[in-house]
Design a protein around this ligand. Structure first.
Ligand code: BTN
Length: 317
């Protein structure tokens, strides 16, 4: 851990607060002038730090630079994971997979300011413009069989909703399977991938990629009427808080207690929906979401069906 990392960690942990140069120097065991030099370097790199005589240094609440130690500042005691941050990357999910292929066995967070080839579900791309969103991937190694591990997708949606709710006071909802909407606009998508061994029913790694539009307000034409934003949030903090919550849910995956919350935050339950199955168009009412994540519907013709995946649309009122 470099001096720079230590100073970022201190400033981010006590964001908005003045910390004296002497206190920082004592806690990292260097001279005050070494701290001052490092703070001035951080300012040059774009960190919004106020320095006031007799008060010390304070990281502005508006400063929102993604960094490893910025994220670590919100992780609490569990720091035992790999964290990599990027200004630009093709896709944080792809980067996580590359790390696993080159032998990484630890848990991880891979976060970026911008993705050039952000990936969505069903081979779609995910619009990931610079600075206005958070694009990150968490790597977990759940000690469960494949069936239990599939619950991580729903757990990630619940964790994300809870953190956005806490940080924005807005009312995000989950549109089955795992898109997050605020006021009927998609503000977040989740792409879960896994590396598993079917023969031994073991999951080597689960790769959970989350893209949140924070302040993005211009979208490509095809997304204009669908996509919205969640509002400004501290990106290091939300990445860390979502990771912590997801870990908590993963520690008790087979119990699926988070499914109660998934149903509570559902945008679709009780609604009229449409979907296509085997080339047939259906209209139905969304009745229930089962603990395995599947959606139970009753069609207009009175037929009960259980959907385990796929796209649905909510009928406009
Ligand atoms: C979807 O809406 O279809 C899922 C979108 C998932 C996007 C995130 S952004 C971070 C991670 N990296 C990717 O390439 N995709 C996921």
């Amino acid at each position: 851990m470099t001096l720079r990392d230590k100073i970022i960690y201190i400033l981010e942990s006590r964001k908005g607060e003045f910390i004296s140069g002497q206190e920082m120097a004592d806690s990292v065991n260097v001279s005050r002038s070494a701290v001052a030099k490092c703070v001035s370097q951080l300012k040059n790199d774009g960190y919004l730090i106020k320095s006031v005589n007799n008060l010390g240094h304070s990281l502005d609440m508006e400063c929102d630079i993604i960094s490893e130690y910025g994220i670590r500042a919100y992780l609490g005691e569990d720091q035992d994971m790999e964290i990599k941050t990027f200004k630009t990357i093709d896709s944080t999910n792809s980067e996580a997979k590359r790390a696993i292929s080159s032998g990484s066995t630890s848990e991880g967070i891979f976060a970026a300011d911008h993705q050039t080839e952000g990936r969505g579900r069903r081979g779609k791309s995910f619009y990931s413009p610079e600075k206005s969103g958070l694009y990150f991937t968490m790597v977990l190694h759940p000690q469960t069989g494949i069936a239990d591990a599939t619950g991580i997708t729903a757990a990630a949606a619940v964790a994300t909703v809870e953190v956005i709710r806490q940080e924005t006071k807005k009312d995000p909802k989950i549109k089955w399977v795992n898109d997050i909407f605020i006021e009927n606009k998609k503000v977040c998508g989740i792409l879960t991938e896994a590396i598993a061994d079917f023969e031994s029913d073991r999951v080597e790694a689960v790769i959970v990629g989350i893209g949140i539009n924070l302040t993005t307000d211009h979208f490509p034409a095809e997304l204009e009427n669908i996509a919205g934003n969640a509002g400004k949030m501290n990106r290091c903090k939300i990445a860390a808080l979502i990771f912590r919550k997801l870990k908590e849910y993963c520690d008790a995956l087979p119990k699926r207690e988070f499914m109660e919350k998934y149903r509570k935050y559902s945008l679709v339950l009780g609604k009229e929906i449409t979907f296509i199955r085997n080339g047939i168009n259906y209209s139905a009412t969304a009745e229930n979401i089962l603990d395995d994540g599947s959606l139970e519907v009753v069609t207009d013709r009175g037929e009960r069906m259980v959907l385990s995946s796929g796209e649905i649309s909510i009928k406009p009122k």
